[in-house]
Design a protein around this ligand. Structure first.
Ligand SMILES: Cc1cc2nc3c(=O)[nH]c(=O)nc-3n(C[C@H](O)[C@H](O)[C@H](O)COP(=O)(O)OP(=O)(O)OC[C@H]3O[C@@H](n4cnc5c(N)ncnc54)[C@H](O)[C@@H]3O)c2cc1C
Ligand code: SF4
Length: 510
């Protein structure tokens, strides 16, 4: 049967069973489309990364004898719309069966389901064979629970997949070493240079420019330093195991002005495009740990595995359980706009300037920059979660809605009212100072709460707690903070709120 098989840009899984055999009746299709580049304004490096990896994937399929139809962004046949392209090809090639890999984005899933229901040929959605868990596994796991606690799901995943287990018990005796993952990095141990790939992208860059795609962020030169194929991704993974894993857990939450990546793996792009399988990542890291267990503490490998079989799988499960309603949640009723400096990094607040400039220059920021700097400020200034989502979805090379929206709207902005996080991740300058060196180089005084040179995070923090009191006061994890708030003298709170409201009204002046 003549079969058309669709591969989306984030489905570049070379190990998928589709590719085990060459069949002349199977035609694979891949499209670079304005539908995907324009639904949110994307970072230039993200567009380069996706198009280049897709082109590599196309070539590797052809090299292995598969039939591929690939539309580049400027091809005249390209309608720039998924359904438009599929309709034309199904007719032109007299296709009898249409197959697609299950999208990880609700929007595309819906689009393809509706398209298939209108077709009069056989259709078949297939698993991407990428994740540890199935789409609805989390939903089934929590079917009788009120709260979707990540830790419970993580332990279930560890047992089910026998990851870092010693029989029925966690290896090392503890499920979680989170408490030892909170060191400040003070210049030592030295951070190795990120692994370098000579990926030449001038042709893709030219295509993006001539197509007139509007992007954000910067890209200098023509060499792109993210893996484009499985071989490079595995090199990046091995590099991580050899040089970074031994410090990963310790400095996972650290912040530093001069180190963009610290000991983070930078594997999210390869993982989210499915170039690299999460099982390969976890297995390789554990094998490395087992062979070097005298040098690497269990807390480092546990911290790393938790991110992948815990947080990553959990976020995907929550996404499929809660969508499409999740994209509308705004439980804290925040309606402000994101400051303009999120697109330039031009602010005197050093922590924000550094984190935003990193993001604009590299399409990357590590977790704590995303959560406790840019996310924290957006929540404290009570920005509408739609605005925050759009920014995160566009700016990061790894941003795909299933993992972006759950982290942003859920973990960072508490807009889901606590489905993911048990309390809002907000802080004053004290946490930012505890974890990094930003405050030492800032125009603002981290110790002051009011006055022209007082750190804006401080007044914003107390103002936020006060403004959201009705919603948060019964949250048992907020009890201590509300107790402290109640001890602030009335006149001082008034001054704090005045300063906070000046920041909220005009953040770009700060
Ligand atoms: C507001 C906000 C938005 C985010 N948006 C995204 C996003 O669009 N795409 C994305 O992949 N991650 C997102 N994250 C999670 C995390 O910040 C990134 O996965 C991580 O920074 C990627 O860099 P890395 O590969 O060096 O990660 P490492 O720190 O080396 O971690 C290893 C891997 O663990 C996984 N991981 C770690 N934390 C998380 C998490 N919270 N959720 C899911 N997977 C996780 C990633 O696959 C990552 O590659 C977001 C976090 C926040 C707070
Ligand atoms: S003093 Fe305040 S604004 Fe400056 S770096 Fe520290 S937390 Fe950020």
């Amino acid at each position: 049967m003549k079969t058309l098989r669709l591969i989306l840009g984030d489905q570049l899984n070379r190990q998928h069973s589709w590719f085990n055999h060459v069949n002349d009746e199977h035609i694979y299709v891949m499209f670079e489309m304005r539908q995907e580049t324009d639904y949110v304004r994307q970072h230039i490096q993200k567009v380069i990364g996706f198009f280049s990896s897709m082109r590599h994937f196309e070539n590797s399929l052809r090299d292995n004898g598969h039939k591929v139809i690939y539309y580049r962004i400027n091809d005249t046949k390209n309608t720039q719309q998924l359904i438009g392209n599929l309709k034309k090809l199904i007719e032109e090639y007299q296709i009898e069966v249409f197959e697609y890999l299950l999208p990880d984005e609700y929007r595309l899933d819906k689009q393809l389901r509706e398209f298939c229901s209108g077709l009069d040929i056989k259709t078949n959605p297939c698993d991407t064979e990428h994740f540890y868990s199935s789409r609805n596994e989390l939903q089934l796991f929590f079917k009788d629970s009120k709260q979707l606690l990540m830790e419970r799901f993580y332990r279930y995943m560890r047992k089910k997949h026998n990851v870092l287990m010693d029989g029925a018990q966690p290896l090392g005796g503890s499920w979680n070493y989170d408490k030892s993952n909170r060191k400040k990095w003070k210049g030592q141990p030295s951070v190795p240079h990120p692994i370098f790939f000579e990926n030449e992208v001038s042709e893709v860059l030219e295509d993006i420019k001539s197509a007139g795609i509007e992007t954000i962020g910067h890209f200098e030169g023509t060499i792109f330093n993210y893996p484009f194929n499985e071989k490079q991704a595995i090199e990046q993974l091995r590099y991580f195991c050899e040089y970074l894993l031994k410090y990963f857990g310790d400095y996972q939450d650290a912040l530093h002005t001069s180190e963009i990546f610290l000991f983070h793996s930078r594997l999210s792009f390869a993982l989210n495009t499915k170039i690299l399988s999460p099982k390969t990542v976890v297995n390789e890291a554990i094998t490395y740990y087992q062979n070097h267990s005298t040098e690497i503490d269990i807390s480092q490998i546990e911290g790393f595995a938790r991110q992948i079989i815990g947080w990553r799988e959990y976020m995907r499960g929550v996404y499929w359980k809660e969508m499409p309603d999740y994209a509308q949640y705004n439980r804290l009723e925040n309606y402000n706009q994101l400051p303009d400096f999120y697109w330039t990094g031009n602010t005197k607040m050093n922590c924000l300037a550094v984190s935003i400039k990193n993001s604009l220059n590299n399409a990357y920021a590590h977790h704590i920059q995303r959560l406790m700097i840019t996310g924290n400020f957006a929540l404290l200034t009570q920005v509408h979660p739609n605005e925050v989502d759009q920014w995160y979805l566009g700016i990061y090379i790894d941003a795909i809605e299933w993992v972006e929206i759950t982290n942003t709207r859920g973990m960072s902005q508490f807009a889901d009212g606590g489905i993911i996080a048990t309390k809002p991740y907000v802080s004053s300058a004290s946490y930012i100072h505890k974890m990094g060196d930003y405050c030492e180089k800032c125009s603002y005084n981290r110790n002051k709460r009011t006055g022209e040179d007082a750190c804006p995070f401080n007044s914003l923090y107390w103002n936020f707690l006060d403004n959201k009191k009705e919603y948060l006061k019964n949250n048992h994890r907020m009890g201590m903070m509300y107790n402290l708030l109640s001890r602030i003298p009335e006149e001082e709170l008034k001054q704090l709120k005045e300063r906070a409201n000046r920041v909220i009204k005009n953040p770009d002046l700060f």
